[in-house]
Design a protein around this ligand. Structure first.
Ligand SMILES: [Ca+2]
Length: 263
């Protein structure tokens, strides 16, 4: 059961009562009020006293807190994870349980996303839909392709990109797909511009859309989207994007999110 999911970067999406524009309402409270929210970056924690409090520890259940965090001196995001099974102790860097609150503090850097999950029994991370790619990883690993956050990027290495390349997403079980939307920022410099889509029928890849061409408009942090519409909705567990071409202004291509919709 997902209790809370806040992405501070990008569009500040949240499934809680938290109102990021005003900061101090809802389930999440900034500890000092001095923490800065920077669009497309996250919540800047410039002092160890900065942080957030989340008054959402469920009683009688286990709780897992995941925080995606970019250290002040670092170049790669990491994940901080605190798991407290029912009645157990928990400890994690930067995350503590204080009474009925979760406290994230003592860090310097940028907090990009926090999710809180309540569970019964032993902790089992929710299955996600890892994306994998034939392009070499330059940033974030494949999970950024399908982490639900349009602002968290996957990017290839800056150089040596060859075509065709591919992205494969395995959802773990079948789902209905009517459209596939690609999200990318700085897309005029690093967006995919020619892509084909296939779905998996259990034994083979089935062509759906060939050479979907994308004319990206933005050379900015704004996340743009391009939607590939299937000829008709398909029930499938996996999809494959074959990349024929991409903008390579900086030597890399990037894809921030692969999202699907059901009919
Ligand atoms: Ca993402």
């Amino acid at each position: 059961m997902l209790v809370l999911d806040i992405a501070f970067a990008g569009s500040f999406t949240t499934s809680t009562e938290y109102t990021p524009a005003t900061g101090e309402r809802g389930l999440l409270v900034r500890i000092t009020g001095l923490e800065a929210i920077h669009p497309c970056r996250g919540l800047l924690l410039a002092d160890p006293a900065h942080g957030v409090r989340l008054p959402v520890v469920p009683e009688e259940r286990g709780v897992a807190v995941r925080a995606v965090f970019l250290p002040e001196a670092g170049t790669a995001e990491g994940e901080l994870l605190l798991v407290r099974e029912h009645g157990g102790e928990a400890a994690a860097e930067g995350i503590a349980v204080d009474g009925a609150e979760i406290v994230i503090s003592g860090l310097r850097g940028t907090l990009r996303r926090v999710t809180v999950t309540a569970f019964d029994g032993p902790y089992r991370p929710e299955p996600n839909a890892p994306g994998r790619t034939g392009h070499s990883d330059g940033h974030s690993g494949g999970n950024a392709l399908t982490d639900g956050d349009p602002a968290s990027p996957w990017a290839s290495a800056a150089g040596g990109v060859t075509f065709p390349g591919e992205f494969v997403v395995d959802y773990g079980n079948a789902r209905q797909i009517a459209t596939v939307t690609l999200h990318t920022a700085w897309a005029k410099g690093q967006g995919i511009t020619d892509v084909s889509l296939e779905t998996w029928d259990g034994s083979a890849w089935v062509p759906q859309v060939a050479h979907h061409l994308i004319d990206w408009r933005e050379s900015s942090a704004k996340v743009e989207t391009s939607t590939v519409t299937l000829p008709k909705p398909v029930t499938t567990q996996k999809l494959r994007l074959t990349v024929h071409k991409a903008n390579l202004q900086w030597g890399n291509l990037a894809l921030y999110e692969i999202a699907t919709t059901a009919p």
